[in-house]
Design a protein. Structure first.
Length: 258
């Protein structure tokens, strides 16, 4: 009887707290972990080193000082930030605390939205800071560059949006897979392995298909390259992949963890 009462009390408290309470709880959990700060510091280090290396080999006088930051994002930083997003979910499955989370927030959709909102906010804010670090490191290593404040600001914003969408996509994958090793493997295969395999085939259909995968879409958005479909279409494609990940995660969460 007492168990039933406590369960009802938890459900009532969760209903009263609503989405705001769920978001606050996720925010508290995320920043109470030391691993959060380790991931953010690692991302800053990876961004600084990678952007400096890219800047050192860039000899285009018309290049933007933020170009090294955008390339560093695609080829390293996004995986570090995605790792942080992944642990928001897989860490709870590993420790069993996901049971308490689902008891406190019985609405599965609300729980997933709260994790996505917090992850998106952190990834976006971190993206701004990381892009600034990358721009400074890259510009310092470049021989010369064309400084355009508006262009640089746009690239910094693009990096933040890219990391935000990739992080939320990772949250969806983590809910589906539930393990850290499995999630990072699926993410690595989706972003790097599958595109490489498709592009190496002699079939034009498969080669063209690789251009619409998340990594290609994100690269189009970040670099502003209009050779394929342009940055706007790249952003829409990346957002579509993120939405698909969350939609599938919601369906599986409702069915498997009901």
């Amino acid at each position: 009887m007492s168990t039933q009462i406590s369960e009802r009390q938890r459900r009532a408290q969760g209903a009263r707290g609503g989405l705001r309470g769920a978001v606050a709880a996720e925010w508290t959990k995320l920043f109470s972990l030391r691993s959060t700060w380790y991931f953010l510091l690692t991302a800053a280090a990876v961004m600084g080193v990678t952007a400096a290396c890219v800047g050192a080999v860039t000899h285009d006088a018309g290049a933007s000082p933020a170009d090294p930051a955008t390339l560093a994002t695609v080829y390293g930083v996004e995986f570090v930030v995605a790792g942080l997003a992944m642990l928001c979910v897989t860490g709870e499955y590993a420790t069993g605390s996901i049971t308490n989370t689902l008891q406190c927030v019985p609405d599965r959709v609300r729980m997933l939205i709260s994790k996505s909102v917090v992850t998106a906010a952190v990834a976006f804010a971190a993206g701004i800071a990381l892009a600034v670090i990358g721009t400074v490191a890259g510009a310092a290593a470049m021989d010369e560059s064309a400084s355009d404040v508006a262009q640089v600001a746009g690239q910094v914003f693009a990096v933040a949006v890219h990391l935000m969408l990739m992080s939320v996509l990772t949250v969806g994958l983590a809910v589906i897979v539930r393990s850290s090793a499995g999630t990072i493997t699926v993410l690595f295969v989706l972003l790097l392995v599958v595109p490489t395999i498709l592009q190496s085939t002699p079939l034009d259909f498969l080669t063209n298909l690789a251009r619409f995968l998340p990594q290609a879409a994100g690269t189009q958005f970040l670099t502003g390259d209009a050779d394929l479909y342009g940055p706007a279409a790249g952003l829409l494609l990346l957002a579509a992949w993120t939405a698909a990940s969350l939609t599938l995660a919601t369906a599986i969460l409702r069915r498997r963890d009901a």
